[in-house]
Design a protein around this ligand. Structure first.
Ligand code: APR
Length: 336
């Protein structure tokens, strides 16, 4: 029996993500939690004739904790796209404080109800919300670094698509699986085009074109925000990316050695994490390719860091500097 819970299931990301999960035959029970509109989303999805049952959970009042606990009970995998998008007049700090509290509250629920579950964080800013979840689980003495994932898969999805768009006759987005390391915002995102089959295409680009391509991956989210003209940020592509990581984790329960890039805690209990940490300025959290198994992250593929180009090394330095501040912000939010 595999149970998956989506927290924030009625939102722009939550709804398409829940639909994709509903279609996955490995899932037996899909639980949807939100603070608004979730009964309607649940009723709608429940008519789909797939493998899983659907339940929806809406708190009856602000202080009602039973709906969250019911949604999380016996869950194997919890995905969190809950939060608020930035509204006019709101600063980034305002957004951080709101989403940080939401994520902290949900992490507390996980600690109390399903501490052994895999936890995937989508709520932004991921560079800070993942440390918030880690600290909250630590406070409750239930933290397992092998099972906490910050979803950075959208950066990989964009990296694959954007290089292919520059070579439409010679390639398709599905030809690529670019490693994207670092964090999940702006210059903390470091696409490694110099490795693997993308190198032959990268070499055909001028220095200026290479810069533009990397910048497009780092700030790809802005294209969607602008095109949506005030109506929000990436939802469909983000839902796809979140689903892709969830699918790999579910696959690894039966077939180990699935490799995915994810933002993880570089805890010394994970094979290769201490080595990785030394190569990324001693940061506690970083996105790198990892090998997945039935217990979660089995190994960090840190060796990739020895193979990156000089230009990527420079990008990495900038990323490390920014990331350390983002991580500290998340950690101190819980410790304050
Ligand atoms: N518990 C559960 N769900 C919550 C909570 C909470 N405490 N607070 C808010 N939500 C729900 C909202 O009710 C809404 O349905 O989270 C959902 C968020 O959906 P949207 O507002 O449509 O936002 P979305 O575009 O999906 O983005 C969500 O992901 O990429 C990030 O920056 C983005 O942090 C934001 C999050």
């Amino acid at each position: 029996m595999v149970k998956v819970t989506v927290c924030g299931a009625a939102g722009g990301i939550g709804q398409p993500l829940s639909l994709l999960l509903k279609l996955n035959p490995k899932i037996d029970e899909l639980a949807l939690f939100d603070v608004v509109n979730v009964p309607g989303v649940g009723a709608d999805l429940s008519h789909i004739c797939s493998n899983s049952t659907t339940s929806s959970h809406l708190p009856s009042a602000k202080e009602d904790k039973t709906a969250l606990a019911d949604s999380l009970k016996n869950s194997d995998l919890v995905i969190i796209p809950a939060g608020v998008p930035r509204k006019p007049g709101m600063t980034r700090d305002d957004l951080f404080n709101i989403n940080a509290s939401i994520v902290q509250g949900l992490a507390q629920g996980i600690a109390e109800t399903c501490p052994d579950a895999f936890v995937l964080i989508i709520s932004n800013p991921v560079n800070s919300t993942v440390p918030i979840v880690a600290e909250t689980l630590k406070k409750n003495n239930v933290f397992n670094p092998k099972k906490l994932f910050g979803v950075t898969t959208l950066d990989i999805v964009r990296a694959n698509t954007f290089i292919s768009q520059l070579f439409p006759k010679e390639s398709k987005p599905t030809d690529f699986n670019i490693n994207v390391i670092g964090g999940h915002s702006g210059e903390t995102i470091v696409p490694l085009y110099s490795l693997g089959n993308s190198k032959q295409y990268l070499d055909k680009l001028s220095e200026e074109q290479q810069k533009e391509l990397i910048h497009r991956v780092q700030f790809g989210g802005d294209e969607v925000v602008q095109a949506k003209n005030g109506a929000g940020s990436a939802t469909l592509s983000m839902a796809y990316a979140g689903y892709k990581l969830a699918e790999s984790i579910l696959k690894a329960l039966d077939t180990p050695n699935v490799v995915e890039c994810t933002f993880l805690n570089l805890d010394s209990s994970i094979k290769g994490a201490s080595e990785a940490k030394k190569l990324v300025g001693n940061l506690d959290f970083f996105s790198l390719p990892v090998k997945l198994g039935k217990s979660g992250i089995e190994e960090v593929q840190y060796e990739i860091l020895d193979k990156i180009s000089d230009n990527e090394k420079k990008l990495l330095e900038v990323a490390v500097d920014q990331l350390s501040k983002n991580i500290e912000k998340g950690v101190s939010f819980v410790k304050k």
